[in-house]
Every structure is written in C-alpha cells, then in structure tokens.
Design a protein around this ligand. Structure first.
Ligand code: SAM
Length: 222
C-alpha cells in the first residue's frame, strides 16, 4: 500500500508494476509503452502531498489550475501514436512533464511546449532530476506548433481544443499521427489523425474524454 515517504522507492516500484498490470488489462498492448510506465516515477511529478494517489488511474492537480492526466489516458494517447523509436515527437501542454517523460522512452527526440511559465520551469527541473535528456522544453502557445523543428512523426495535444489546430496538421510528416482531445467542452473526443498526403488526412475517434482547455490562438480564447 502506498503511503508517501514510508513506501520508499521499492514500494513505488511495486505499485508501478500494478499500474502496468491495470493498463494491460485495459487493453494497452504495446510492450514499449508498458515498460515506460513501469520506469517513470509519476510520484516525482506531482506534489508530495499527493504521493499516496500518484499511481491511481486519476488526474491530479499540479497547480495553476492544471492537472496531470490519468495514467490510463496518457497510456492510450502514447500507444495511439504508434512510436517505434527513431521519431521526433511534439507535445503540446508540458504540464507536470509526465507525458514527456513517457515519450522520452518511446521516441528519440521530444519537443514539449507549455504556456504557463511556472509549470514549464518545474517540469524542466523534475525531468532533469530524473536524468531525462532527450526532451526539449519551450514556453509559448503550442497551438501554433513549432515549425522550426517540423515535420513531426508524432504530435500529442494534452489539452482540449475546439478543433484541431491547422498549424499542427501542417507540421505532421507524411504518415505522421496527431493524437488529442477536440470538440465542445462538454463533448470532447479523443482523436487520432494521420497525414496521408500533402493535404489529406484520415481521422479516427478513440473515445470520449475530459481535458483542461487548450488556450491559444488556435484553441480557446484566454
Ligand atoms: N502533458 C501534461 C502532463 O503530463 O502533466 C498534461 C498537462 S494538462 C492536462 C494540459 C497542459 O496544457 C496544461 O499544463 C496547460 O497549461 C497546457 N496548455 C494549455 N493550452 C496550451 C497551449 N496553447 N500551449 C501550450 N500549453 C498549453
């Protein structure tokens, strides 16, 4: 049973293994994704008072009115990107840094954009402490993407926007996948979009979801 400091690293490792069993039972099959969840210490990315809940399948507050997404959601989104290792991935919404730390084990290069300076700063520090070296942090409006590093084989949007930002679609590589929550606030859908040509895309609905707002020029107005 998890109980903050008392459990220590070994305790957290055991709880992480249980989390992985739950993710497998929920249908996550990608062995690399499951290994990433076993390796990344989610408790190190949430306030210490929440360590006791760190491995529950629930979103948790991380300050600034934002949340770290539930592990099941992060796993679904990570698996949906279909990464094999050599990819460059763009994440919109660094938040706690948890999704970025998971992606760091699935792709070669991860570029993560956050609009709230305090969150960007603490995620950068937390991932440095975890010796994650292939994540680059940027402060700004992720709804515009980051054209200077495009194209991306994967883009993951971790906040909910009214529609898929056009710049992000344009920054996908041919065959690249974008996964994220879009639609009205009370009826968000988790979408996977695949670029199939210069201006053609396919779209799949992966399920219903409930994310904090994607705020920006191509998202909700601040
Ligand atoms: N990936 C995060 C994690 O693992 O903790 C999830 C964080 S939370 C669900 C969504 C984040 O998106 C928040 O930190 C929020 O500030 C950020 N966000 C919202 N709109 C954004 C934008 N236009 N550009 C960059 N970040 C944005």
């Amino acid at each position: 049973m998890l109980s903050g400091h008392a459990s220590g690293r070994t305790g957290f490792m055991l709880v992480r293994r249980k989390l992985v069993e739950r993710l497998r039972a929920q249908g996550i099959r990608d062995a690399r994704v499951l290994a990433a969840f076993e390796a990344v210490p989610r408790h190190d990315l949430v306030p210490e008072v929440l360590w006791g809940q760190a491995y529950k399948d629930t979103a948790l507050p991380i300050g600034e009115g934002q949340t770290i997404s539930a592990p099941g959601v992060v796993a679904t989104m990570s698996a949906a990107l279909g990464l094999t290792g050599p990819e460059c991935v763009l994440e919109i919404g660094t938040g706690s840094g948890y999704q970025a730390a998971i992606l760091s084990r699935l792709a070669t290069r991860v570029i993560s954009i956050e609009r709230i300076p305090e969150l960007a700063r603490s995620a950068r520090a937390a991932l440095a402490a975890l010796e994650v070296r292939n994540v680059e942090f940027h402060l700004g409006d992720g709804t515009c993407g980051r054209p200077e590093d495009a194209p991306y084989e994967g883009i993951v949007v971790t906040a909910g926007g009214p529609e898929v930002p056009r710049p992000l679609l344009e920054q996908l590589s041919l065959g690249g996948r974008l996964v994220g929550p879009f639609g009205p606030r009370d009826a968000q859908q988790l979408l996977r979009i695949r670029r199939t040509g210069a201006s053609s895309y396919t779209q799949e609905v992966l399920g219903r979801c409930d994310f904090v707002d994607l705020v920006g020029r191509n998202g909700w107005l601040p």
